[in-house]
Design a protein around this ligand. Structure first.
Ligand SMILES: [Zn+2]
Length: 286
């Protein structure tokens, strides 16, 4: 197949935008919060079905849903590429964060709404719009794809409940690819196409610190008296600051010390770039 020229692709993407918007509106209208205490399970099932339908329609082969260890459905698909071509894995997720108090929203959360040429709705930026970006790219490329394409659209990313992680461990061949494109990231700036090349990741830490029952005067007890967070190192101090409301040590002591971070120049250059590039812009969240 002749590689598509940039001009042809640009034209094809532009032509596909009304359809992209319609697909996104349909997806945003589904309350796919992967937590049955917030939204009914049927919403996530509906979203998984919609994703399968859309992927099949743009030409991805072998599209199917797999139930993962947390009960969510991950949607997978695979079209092998021409001989010798690499395989690109496109990752996104269709589940979203709860809308919370809908009266606090400036636009209705489950209805894609345009404000100043931007499209707002729960999950529009995280990560349903990103999935629609993949769909639009595949639609613009057309058949046959110039590379092998795998698609993974997860159903419980926002819950950190480990469904997809377990699936990757038990079924690694379903994720075999030369390149993984994780759509779950933002642009550095409005209108600037961006590829995020590194992410910091997250971790959950439970810090338990044993200390005295009540505050003691430093002048009288000094260094012999263990202070709650001070002795546990900067990471624990940082954790204590973020976990302040969950301070169960109680007894009237101070739960946290002020942690102002480290000077920017002490951050390695690569890390600083990644930090700037990975986060959503001031209006990009959602
Ligand atoms: Zn996300």
């Amino acid at each position: 197949m002749e590689p598509a020229t940039t001009g042809a692709l640009r034209y094809a993407v532009r032509a596909a935008m009304p359809r992209a918007r319609a697909d996104l509106a349909d997806l945003v209208a589904i309350r796919s919060v992967a937590d049955p205490s917030v939204e009914p399970v049927s919403e996530c099932r509906r979203a998984a079905e919609a994703v399968q339908r859309l992927l099949t329609e743009v030409g991805v082969g072998d599209v199917h849903a797999v139930e993962t260890s947390d009960g969510s459905l991950a949607v997978l698909g695979h079209t092998p590429g021409p001989p010798g071509a690499p395989t690109v894995l496109l990752y996104s997720h269709y589940d979203v964060q709860p809308a919370g108090d809908e009266r606090e929203w400036l636009t209705p959360p489950w209805e894609l709404t345009e404000v100043d040429e931007r499209w707002y709705g729960r999950g529009a930026a995280d990560c349903k719009g990103n999935l629609v970006m993949h769909l639009t790219a595949l639609r613009a490329l057309g058949q046959p794809f110039p590379v092998g394409v795998r698609v993974v659209c997860e159903g419980s990313e926002e819950q950190s409940s480990g469904g997809l992680e377990a699936l990757v461990r038990s079924n690694p061949e379903a994720f075999a690819a030369e390149v993984v494109l994780v759509a779950d990231a933002g642009n550095v700036e409005l209108g600037v196409p961006s590829v995020t090349t590194s992410l910091r990741g997250t971790g959950s830490v439970l810090v338990t610190v044993r200390t005295m029952e009540r505050p003691a005067h430093s002048g009288m007890f000094g260094g012999a008296a263990p202070r709650r967070a001070a002795g546990a190192g900067p990471h624990a101090r940082d954790a204590a600051r973020h976990g302040r409301r969950d301070d169960r040590a109680g007894a009237g002591g101070r739960a946290a010390l002020e942690w102002r971070g480290i000077p920017a120049r002490a951050v390695p250059r690569r890390g600083r770039r990644a930090a700037g590039g990975a986060g959503p812009g001031p209006r990009g969240g959602g």
